[in-house]
Design a protein around this ligand. Structure first.
Ligand code: SIN
Length: 314
């Protein structure tokens, strides 16, 4: 059976268009069809590539409906025996969130590879074609599995990947963990294990998604100098169901913010404590009033909490 890779387009800078080829920042993301992005990219030998436009957005606008649609299309294609892997073209701004969402929900035994670009498709210096070519190589690589971000030659695991620069063409890091591997001249060099495992309640969350259960509202609240917690009262008054507190340092919270979050928790809101630091993790002494995020950044802890609340509603 010939290998098939399905490429799902969602938009982003990789599909961005500017008025001039010299313009790398004044472009509109999500303009070029995924079929056209693939036109200039040679597939790996012996691999058939099929594509589908799932969305066409700037990923700063990623929302629950688009995530739901993407997850269900991934689940569909992953279940097809002839499909060996999926590539998702995506904006870089929320790529790490979508990667973590898909790994948590689907824990795929086949590779699901997210990629994009930091320069629009119309740029003289477009980086999209090389990233897409590398992503196809990873999706076709024997033994590859799980959700990864392939960008500028790096292969990053969904749990660890983090966008840390707004302009460089190599904006992703895997923080403490390091890359899963590298793509060098089209050859995948693996240096640590592919991502495995998902959320323990993933099946229930997927069922809720199939039934289009409304998504719970989960917000992120930042601790910072002067944070007094009044924002928490506003959110509780507005019906929030979960709050991720991005604390300072080891997940610490100002006295005012902690008191407000205790009040929220007492009224039934789920509260999780993360750190606003980019690297490392909250090291818990086990005595605090709020569970910690288990090493997840605030944006990923928010996704985990959404999926847990969705599963509970299934
Ligand atoms: C986006 O995230 O859709 C725009 C920015 C980018 O892709 O780099």
């Amino acid at each position: 059976m010939a290998k098939k890779i399905v490429v799902l387009g969602t938009g982003g800078t990789v599909a961005g268009r500017a008025a001039s080829r010299a313009d790398n920042i004044g472009y509109v993301a999500g303009q070029v069809a995924v079929a056209d992005l693939l036109a200039g990219v040679a597939p790996p030998a012996g691999v058939e590539v099929e594509c589908e436009q799932v969305a066409q957005i700037d990923s700063k606008d990623m929302d629950s409906q688009t995530w739901r649609r993407l997850a269900l299309r991934c689940a569909h294609w992953l279940a097809e025996p002839e499909v060996t892997g999926i590539v998702v073209t995506h904006g870089t701004d929320t790529m790490e969130e979508t990667a973590f969402f898909l790994q948590s929900l689907l824990a795929p035994a086949k590779p699901v590879v997210l990629t994009g670009a930091m320069r629009p498709a119309t740029s003289l210096a477009a980086d999209g074609p090389a990233n897409i070519a590398d992503a196809l190589r990873v999706a076709a690589a024997p033994g590859a599995r799980g959700v990864v971000v392939v960008f500028a030659g790096g292969v990053h695991g969904a749990r660890d990947v983090l966008k840390q620069h707004p302009y460089r063409i190599d904006p992703f890091v895997s923080a403490d963990a390091g890359c899963v591997g590298y793509v060098e001249e089209g050859v995948v060099r693996q240096v640590r294990a592919w991502p495995e495992g998902g959320l323990d309640v993933a099946d229930a969350a997927l069922r809720a998604m199939e039934r289009a259960t409304p998504w719970p509202r989960v917000e992120i609240v930042l601790n910072h100098a002067g944070a007094d917690g009044r924002i928490v009262s506003a959110l509780v008054g507005d019906g929030v169901q979960g709050i991720v507190a991005a604390g300072t340092g080891n997940g610490t919270l100002s006295a005012g913010l902690e008191a407000a979050l205790l009040g929220a928790q007492a009224s039934g809101v789920r509260v999780v404590r993360a750190s606003r630091c980019e690297q490392g993790r909250v090291i818990s002494h086990g005595r605090g009033p709020f569970p910690d995020s288990g090493g997840l950044t605030a944006v990923k802890a928010r996704i985990e909490l959404i999926l847990k609340l969705l599963a509970a509603a299934a």
